[in-house]
Design a protein around this ligand. Structure first.
Ligand code: 5AD
Ligand code: SF4
Length: 377
């Protein structure tokens, strides 16, 4: 999602006449798009800002993305952090105009007057009016050299998993109108794309803002009907919104890639409830079975968080057990990191760092065992 946002910023700037520099040394303006999902992402941003200030004091620094939003929400700025502009994710479409006009900035960057919130779900009429602007940005996109391309279909999230900062920094869920997505994908296919990834924090709760019957399944069917030989992927699905009809579409449509990313986060029902995930381990395994029974080629990857507050050895063993049963094709595992604004931030982060590290290692070990077993078949 962040890479996609960086592409949008880049295409907007290039359209305004800015030229992409080959290196930081070569640039007059440095746009630094940021993530905030775990605390190590924040630390990287803070140290990179320090490095930029030390080595490139003459350049204008534009801070954008989720870390920028955190600064705005906290209404405070660490004295060691230096930047000229600060744009939250919903403000990135105004970056080209503001930089082109060299507009004045306020104390935490950005400018409220020129700010245009193109994804504002709270004001649907305005949101749809501004869809034209989104279109303009999206249409400029070209596939990568390897034929891949990504298209954002939703922004923000309404799920409020208790550990996750995304609903705070990216705001409530807003879907892009289906007509814009269709034209964007068509344009990418016409330009030679062979693989389209539909992007959103929770793609399977997609509903076109101009017609609530046009849900994610409808969108998949619509995109799949575009002529040409290409694969469709989507990221990320929430297990609780993966209904039977969607399973049928995913299993039955040849254009849809049979690799599904389905974050489970934990195998312990106690931890899943504390995480506010909306399913238990049995629900998840049932979904995995349905997908695999629906099409034998389907492989499923996942995300796991280890060391969530209150996670006992028994809870963690339940996660290992679930990994064993689900036979994931790949696993992205993370140590729990408390994030500001979230519900879990107030929980006691009581799993020792050493224990988190050890559990992470055991997840990778389990994954290795499964992979070896799969290869031996
Ligand atoms: N701590 C650790 N991992 C997290 N993720 C999201 N928030 C946190 C957090 N506070 C992980 C989840 C999610 C992935 C994108 O990042 O596994 O699926
Ligand atoms: Fe975060 Fe949960 Fe939304 Fe994913 S579904 S972005 S983990 S709140």
């Amino acid at each position: 999602m962040n890479v996609h946002d960086s592409d949008l910023i880049e295409s907007g700037l290039v359209k305004k006449g800015f030229k992409k520099a080959v290196s930081v040394e070569d640039a007059d303006i440095v746009v630094f798009n940021t993530c905030s999902v775990r605390d190590n992402a924040d630390h990287k941003v803070i140290s990179e800002l320090g490095r930029l200030k030390k080595n490139y004091a003459d350049k204008k620094i534009v801070l954008a993305g989720c870390f920028a939003k955190q600064i705005k929400l906290k209404k405070e700025q660490n004295g060691n952090m230096y930047f000229d502009y600060c744009f939250a994710p919903e403000e990135i479409f105004s970056i080209p105009d503001i930089l082109a006009n060299n507009a004045a900035v306020n104390d935490i960057g950005g400018s409220n007057e020129t700010r245009q919130d193109y994804y504002l779900a709270e004001r649907p009429e305005e949101y749809l009016e501004n869809a034209g602007k989104i279109e303009e940005y999206f249409y400029g996109k070209k596939p990568e050299n390897d034929g891949t391309a990504s298209v954002k279909i939703t922004e923000g999230c309404n799920n409020f998993c208790s550990y996750c900062i995304v609903p705070y920094v990216r705001g409530r869920e807003r879907s892009i109108p289906i007509g814009i997505i269709y034209k964007t994908v068509k344009n990418l296919i016409d330009k030679g794309a062979s693989e389209i990834t539909l992007l959103g924090q929770n793609v399977n709760s997609y509903v076109s803002p101009d017609d609530d019957k046009k849900d994610f399944r409808f969108l998949l069917n619509t995109v799949s009907e575009i002529e040409g030989s290409f694969k469709i992927r989507f990221l990320t699905s929430h297990p609780k919104d993966f209904n039977d009809k969607l399973i049928d579409t995913v299993c039955g449509d040849n254009k849809i890639a049979k690799e599904i990313h389905l974050p489970v986060q934990s195998g312990s029902d106690k931890i899943l409830a504390m995480m506010n995930r909306g399913y238990n381990s049995a629900d998840f395994l049932k979904l995995v079975r349905k997908l695999k029974n629906g099409n034998i080629d389907i492989s499923i990857s996942t995300d796991i968080i280890v060391g969530f507050p209150g996670e006992t050895e028994k809870d963690f063993e339940d996660t290992l057990k679930l990994i064993e049963e689900a036979e994931f094709s790949s696993i992205f595992a993370f140590k729990y990191s408390p994030r500001p604004f979230t519900k879990a931030f107030k929980f006691n982060d009581d799993v020792l760092l050493e224990v988190k590290k050890e559990r992470l290692e055991r997840v990778f070990q389990k994954y290795k065992e499964i992979s070896l077993r799969q290869c031996a078949r």
